[in-house]
Design a protein around this ligand. Sequence first.
Ligand SMILES: [Zn+2]
Length: 329
Amino acid sequence: MDDVVVTNAHIAELCAVEAERHEGNKAKAFKRASRKAFTWPMEAATVEELTELDGVGPFLSRVIAEWIAEGTTPDEPPPLRRDFITFAEARAMKRFGVRGDLQMHSTWSDGGSSIDEMADAAKARGYEYIAMTDHSHGLRIVKGLDEAALDRQAGEIAKVEGIRVLRSIEMNLSPSGEGDLEPSALAKLDLVLGSFHSQLRKKEDQTERYLAAIANPHVHVHAHPRGRIYNYRMGLSADWPRVFAAAAEADKALEIDCYPDRQDLNVDLLRIARKEGVRISIGTDSHWHPQLEWIDIGIAAAIKARIPRDRILNLMSADDLCEWAAAAR
Ligand SMILES: [Zn+2]
């Protein structure tokens, strides 16, 4: 028998399948481990104590140890769980470094870390800059920023030392592509991300929605474009070559959201993005400072899709990035 190496991606899928076969607490534990497997820093097959991995208790550690020992691998995942990169796989790849991270949240909206904590963690990573992209107020499920709060936040950002914090926002876009902040407030920001957070389960083609968002003159980066979530939501569909071509024409960027269960754009779509020549922004969508390390997942996706380096915003200097954003308005 050949020695089969069971990867974290295999374990994730095996857990997801087991979750569907069980009920109650076991189903919940399998489902949670399936998601967490994408965040494990090392391949489980190389770890001494499996219970040290997030989401793995004594019961799951016995199940996973047996899969590793037996060389058990799953069938190809269904579309809802396909084309996700594990953090362990990303870390094992040869990667380029980035100069900054272009999506994160702080306690000003739904994040768990202060701006200072995010900035300190970014400095420790050797970044030159970060974009502080808290949610705007129109997203009702979180406490978001209105124009006055954005002004107050600017005062706190100005006090940060040792790293440049770009004034930014993750602005909620309506399905017709409109934002929820005054243009005069947006004009004061270095970078504006726009994203959809509603009507993400529509089955019909959403090309028009994307074209409207790209035409919004105040938005520079379209964040987590599809709105997919691992094992939960497929996200929207569109005529992607047309959407990416329109973004390239308008000189707007589309985002790789590195959050492990988002990974949106995924590698398949990034290949189309490369062909159309659109700019790419990489953001971890961190809601807590340790999550900044997930940048590796987005970098891995960009490398797999062979996105040219000169198309990646995070490889620009902060000055060049701000200049590009100012010109795109
Ligand atoms: Zn978002």
